[in-house]
Design a protein around this ligand. Structure first.
Ligand code: ADP
Ligand code: MG
Length: 471
């Protein structure tokens, strides 16, 4: 028996193997190339299938500019009907604010601001120098989930506790026994009966608190502050859009439009006295006009680019059938629309192998800030898209081709683009109403102030689509 007991291939010697190396390498490369080719071919076929569904979404979501102009005309008609007091999807509420800041205001003021996701308390020390704020303190709170459905008094008690703590902290440095002067920024539709009084028409966004509708939010805040040991002078009730407008005017006298794009959306503009034919108004003979709180969130038209996915979202919202425009444009909803579209792409286009991850079925799981992160991911391999899909839905980076990442990103881009185009349409309608659209010769300088989480934290939103011209 040979002493060499190593297993040997019977038909190839080492020398043979060495000699055949180029053939083997070539063979392996061919197999790898065939595999890669097959993978690529499969990925391209899959990509085309998803792209076809995406194209349908694109065609519905992104209304052509002429149709957008038509929508703009419809919004303008609703604006005018609302001002006349006729039936309109825009409430067009007179804000009772007819004297605007001119920068000469001074002293200490506080503001309590409740929106859809956060509430804030703010202290401003207005300087003796025109238009200057000497000092600002701000405290931000997220509204706890249970506060969306508790009795309204409980919500106001929480607001009051935080406000009192804040005012006491501010006054620690400069003690004062005077009743604090508080402005109340309350971002819900209110029929104002005076500058500091009104009745809540309805709750919106996620709120469904008993005892709120019909009550006066100023009284409720003042009573809650008193209950918590700090009687205050609540001197003005503003909607967030009106507050944004007035704050903007303190800095820039050409502000003509205030827009909110946060959890929800709203707009406010300065209207001439003669055009407002509803409600009991104060004497406006000495002012430029009055700020109108449009409540444009409720705008509705059959020309709005409504998807089946929007209907599903609406069905699961607390205000079914309402705030149609808001649900297409604002922060509470954009991520949720994108989630529904992704589910359709998976089910109909077989994105991600056609299997919807369980976590993706969870309503409201794709917050707009995550959608914004995926939309604005400019890494080479879209690794932020991949990281978000992994963290939110457990889809591993190895489970998504590059094309699929791009398609997920495209969904986010389309939802953002629809929102931006619709907001631009609304702005154009209000500029027309004010005669500042340039149709009657060069328009005077017109400044717009925008606030809200989407406006401030999603800069790509306002940079979308600069080419389309609506005016
Ligand atoms: P509120 O509407 O309560 O006054 P904000 O104006 O701060 O609150 O807006 C909060 C909303 O902004 C959230 O609902 C969220 O959808 C949106 N938002 C917050 N951060 C981002 C972000 N980075 N990108 C996009 N949207 C965001
Ligand atoms: Mg707000």
């Amino acid at each position: 028996m040979s002493s060499d007991s190593r297993l040997r291939l019977p038909y190839l010697s080492d020398r043979d193997l060495r000699g055949s190396w180029p053939w083997l390498a070539g063979g392996l490369a061919a197999v790898a190339a065939t595999g890669a080719f097959a993978y690529l071919a499969r990925a391209i076929v899959k990509k085309r299938r998803v792209d076809r569904v995406l194209k349908e979404f694109h065609d519905t979501l992104i209304v052509p500019t002429p149709k957008l102009k038509e929508l703009c005309g419809e919004m303008l008609n609703e604006v005018q009907a609302g001002l006349r007091g006729d039936k309109s999807s825009l409430l067009m509420l007179p804000s009772m604010v007819d004297i605007l800041p001119d920068g000469n205001e001074k002293g200490d003021v506080y503001a309590v601001d409740i929106g859809g996701t956060n509430f804030r308390v703010l202290h401003l020390r207005l300087s003796d120098e025109r238009g200057q704020v000497a000092h600002t303190d701000l405290r931000d709170f997220t509204i706890p989930e249970e506060m969306y459905s508790c009795h309204i008094n409980e919500l106001f008690d929480l607001l009051a506790v935080r406000t009192v703590e804040f005012i006491r902290d501010v006054r620690r440095d400069s003690p004062s026994l005077e009743k604090p002067l508080v402005g109340f920024c309350f971002s819900f539709p209110v029929e104002q009966t005076g500058l500091a009084s009104g009745n809540l028409i309805k709750l919106t966004k996620k709120f469904e608190n008993a005892g709120a509708v019909g009550a006066d939010p100023v009284l409720q805040l003042a009573e809650a502050l008193e209950r918590k040991g700090m009687p205050a002078h609540v001197s003005v009730l503003l909607n967030d859009a009106v507050g944004t407008f007035a704050g903007g005017r303190y800095m820039d006298e050409d502000i003509m439009l205030g827009i909110i794009l946060g959890t929800g959306t709203n707009a406010c503009y300065l209207e001439k006295r003669s055009n407002i034919r509803k409600g009991r108004l104060p004497d406006l003979s000495h002012s430029e006009g009055m700020l109108i709180n449009t409540e444009w969130a409720g705008f509705v038209s059959s020309n709005l680019p409504l998807l089946e996915e929007d209907r599903t979202l609406d069905w699961h919202s607390v205000n079914v059938g309402e705030a149609v425009y808001e649900k297409m444009v604002s922060g509470l909803y954009m991520g949720e629309v994108a989630r529904h579209i992704l589910i359709t792409l998976i089910e109909r286009g077989r994105l991600l192998g056609g299997k919807v991850p369980d976590a993706m079925r969870e309503p409201w799981s794709l917050e707009t800030r995550f959608m914004a992160g995926m939309h604005t991911d400019n890494t080479l391999l879209l690794s932020e898209v991949s990281a978000a899909m992994y963290c939110l839905y457990g889809v591993g980076p190895w489970e998504m081709t590059y094309f699929e990442r791009r398609q997920v990103q495209e969904v986010c881009r389309l939802v953002c683009l629809r929102s931006a185009r619709l907001i631009a349409m609304g702005i154009a309608a209000l500029l027309k109403q004010m005669g500042r659209d340039g149709s009657e010769g060069p328009a005077p300088r017109t400044a717009i102030v925008m606030d809200g989480g989407v406006a401030t934290h999603y800069p790509a939103h306002k940079d979308m689509d600069p080419e389309s011209r609506l005016l």
